[in-house]
Design a protein. Sequence first.
Length: 142
Amino acid sequence: MAKHKLLAGLILGGAAYAAYQALDLEKREALKDMVRKQGDALKDRAVDYAFYAADALDDFKENLHDHLDTDEDDDEPEDWRTASDESAEATDDDIVLSSDQVSSMDSETATESETDSSESTAATDTASEASTSATTQPGTPA
């Protein structure tokens, strides 16, 4: 198979050379100029793509460097004693209470927890009685 390709290449190459030699001088020069222009256009394209790739790589490196610099600043733990008020005001999801509000909440929470605990105790007693009655069979002492 490879011998056939070599033979075909030699025949086609020889035919192209013979056709080139058969051209008159003006057509040869026109063909040379056309090949040179296409070669120069190809070189210009290759250089443009090389510059484009270099610019893209520089932009990527710069963005990566900026990204890594900002991540290093964010990873450091912020001391709450030296934190500025700007950071506390910037986040709206933080709940900040004064000491007066906390003391009033403690009394409300205590009464709510007493009510909740008495209800949960009653529910637990009812559930334990139901499980006990389900496990014992009628007619057997508990």
